[in-house]
Design a protein around this ligand. Structure first.
Ligand code: ADP
Ligand code: MG
Length: 331
């Protein structure tokens, strides 16, 4: 058996079974967007993410400033998904010896720009030579025990919401792959180069106890929904025509895919928040979203686990998706 058969998530599930901790301070280990460690009244949130040249980005269409900022933002998104406050980060780099110094100084300018915007401090890291660029950030945040949202809190009858619009970054990447940097659809490629971690929204949802469970959409709507469902022990129904699509996505999707929802359902790198909340919170959430200027859309509802994950087409027909989205090692 090799990794193609079990895939990234099969591997993580096995690693999870190999590890166990009896430390009562560890409120969450493997299985959520961050690990959660309690120290007195405070909890520490720890997360890490890896970006590898030619897997996650291509130098031909990535500038170092945006790469630096994005490396930080993808980690910030995991802190947002808990409702936490980001604080400190470490960065480890693998870099080829012929990489120019100006690339790295620009990369750190991007990092600094992102760090300043969200009030986080760089506190260390590690550096090594390597064949391709490898970027790993470990981000530390804080929160309060009662004010965190885990993947595991969804209950049957809850609404399922998502912030922003979906599929833009994946469609933007597809256009870059086909047409290179001169591709026109700026809004789509911008979302790919410069995601917006939803830190403030995450904190509001957690602090007011409006939501019951939350995850960030980093691998794709369906696959991240399935992680939330798995951890909560529930199923879900999603109405396809409620999935929020941007104007520019609608304009470009037809030239690149037969299915209008392909990238919104299974494309990655949206870095939006997917969360559940009881129906009595719906009005409050949508009102707050209106004043917040980030769209929030109810796209589905939570059902018993035995019903699994279903999509409902505009004509009312239901189907169970055969392909959830991108997974490392799998084709
Ligand atoms: P996210 O998409 O939110 O970054 P992942 O799908 O990467 O989350 O990871 C899911 C869970 O598995 C997290 O708790 C993460 O820390 C853990 N995890 C991922 N890879 C490994 C690994 N190689 N060893 C141990 N834990 C891992
Ligand atoms: Mg995540």
């Amino acid at each position: 058996m090799d990794l193609r058969e079990i895939g990234e998530f099969g591997l993580i599930n096995r690693i999870r079974k190999w590890t166990s901790s009896s430390d009562p301070a560890l409120l969450k280990g493997i299985g959520d967007d961050v690990a959660v460690i309690e120290t007195g009244a405070k909890v520490w949130l720890v997360t890490t993410d890896l970006l590898i040249e030619d897997i996650h980005f291509k130098l031909t269409w990535t500038d170092p400033f945006h790469l630096g900022r994005k490396a930080l933002f993808v980690n910030l998104s995991d802190i947002a998904a808990m409702g936490g406050i980001p604080k400190y980060f470490l960065i480890s780099l693998g870099v080829p010896k012929n990489l120019s110094f100006s690339f790295l100084s620009s990369f750190y300018r991007g990092l600094k720009d992102g760090a300043k915007r969200f009030g986080v401090d760089l506190i260390g890291g590690d550096t090594s030579v390597s064949r391709k660029i490898i970027i790993n950030i470990c981000l530390i945040g804080e929160g309060k025990r009662g004010n965190l949202l885990f993947r595991s809190g969804a209950r049957v009858g809850d609404d399922l919401f998502v912030s922003g619009t979906l599929g833009d970054a994946a469609l933007g990447l597809k256009i870059l792959q086909k047409k290179g940097l001169h591709a026109k659809p700026i809004g789509l490629t911008r979302k790919h180069f410069s995601p917006s971690p939803r830190i403030q929204l995450g904190q509001i949802l957690a602090m007011h106890h409006w939501a019951t469970a939350m995850i960030d959409v980093s691998d794709g709507l369906l696959i991240d929904t399935s992680h939330l469902l798995e951890e909560s022990g529930v199923g879900a129904r999603i109405w396809e025509d409620r999935i929020p699509l941007s104007k520019i996505y609608r304009r470009w999707i037809h030239s690149l895919s037969k299915s209008p929802y392909q990238f919104a359902l299974s494309g990655g790198e949206d870095y939006e928040l997917l969360f559940t909340a009881p129906p009595e919170m719906r009005k409050r959430i949508l009102n707050r979203a209106f004043s917040f200027k980030i769209p929030i859309t109810q796209i589905g509802e939570i059902v018993p686990k035995k019903e699994g994950l279903h999509l409902i087409r505009k004509d009312g027909r239901e189907y169970s998706p055969s392909h959830l989205g991108f997974e490392h090692f799998k084709k």
